[in-house]
Design a protein around this ligand. Structure first.
Ligand code: NI
Length: 266
């Protein structure tokens, strides 16, 4: 209950405003804070650290309207493979976004804290990783809110983004994300590392599909993904890309709106 009190006005106002949130929900890019529904955003903003507070350990975020930015994202962790991945990111002075499963965050607390302190963004990937579109609305809210609370119990801060398992979203899922104060994030580069457990293939698929503003969907639940990441980062840097978090990707276009759905950045 302590956690929910940080967003009181949003919780009370949610039923009346959820429809408005969903109506403006699909933003391929450039859907900024201006689309945020209503005055309830104030409570959320006060409850969270400023976006720049997590970026202290590494270089300041670039303007992704002019720089070539790419956001690597890692789902389903943390796992026993996450620490090696964090080592890679630290060596490369790069940041990423981790969409953590709540109970995994509780189990691998040190990895979540390490990522958070490094300036990586921590996102919400539910408690049980269900296909949310098949659940009743109350259960959808439970999955998102409980994982958010579990993550916040580790880092001291609520997650700032949400990724629906399997990318499955509908208006009820986006309304639940809006009530939780979270933008929903899909991707536009999918190397299918969950199917192809081959680091070289993962690397080739990412590098073959990446464009400025890309959001890349990877997973730190498979042993074969972290070994691909040093090569991916080196190649991206050689092409002039800057690695950013999802939040940083949208900073230059006014930020992200709770309940809106994002596939890629500017
Ligand atoms: Ni997942």
């Amino acid at each position: 209950m302590r956690y929910r009190r940080s967003w009181p006005s949003r919780s009370r106002a949610a039923p009346a405003l959820a429809a408005a949130a969903v109506a403006t929900a699909v933003c391929a890019s450039g859907c900024g804070a201006g689309a945020r529904p209503g005055p309830t955003a104030t409570g959320t903003a006060q409850a969270r650290p400023p976006a720049t507070a997590t970026a202290g350990a590494r270089a300041p975020a670039p303007d992704c309207l002019t720089a070539k930015c790419v956001a690597l994202t890692f789902d389903d962790g943390p796992t026993q493979y996450t620490a090696a991945l964090l080592g890679t990111l630290e060596r490369e002075h790069a940041v990423a976004t981790f969409f953590d499963i709540g109970p995994h965050a509780l189990r691998y607390r040190q990895d979540v804290l390490r990522a958070y302190r490094d300036g990586d963004e921590i996102g919400d990937h539910t408690v049980h990783h269900p296909r949310l579109t098949r659940l009743p609305p109350a259960r959808v809210g439970f999955e998102i809110d409980t994982a958010a609370r579990q993550i916040a119990s580790v880092t001291g801060h609520p997650p700032t983004v949400f990724r629906p398992p399997f990318g499955a979203v509908d208006t009820a899922v986006l309304a639940a994300a809006w009530r939780a104060g979270l933008p929903a994030v899909k991707w536009n580069v999918d190397p299918r590392d969950w199917r192809h457990h081959d680091p070289r293939l993962i690397e080739r698929r990412v590098l073959g599909a990446v464009r400025p503003g890309a959001i890349v969907d990877l997973h730190d639940r498979y042993a074969t993904t972290p070994p691909a990441v040093p090569h991916i980062i080196a190649a991206l840097k050689a092409r002039g890309y800057t690695l950013v978090t999802v939040g940083q990707l949208f900073a230059a276009t006014g930020g992200m709106a709770p309940g809106a759905l994002y596939f890629h950045g500017p």
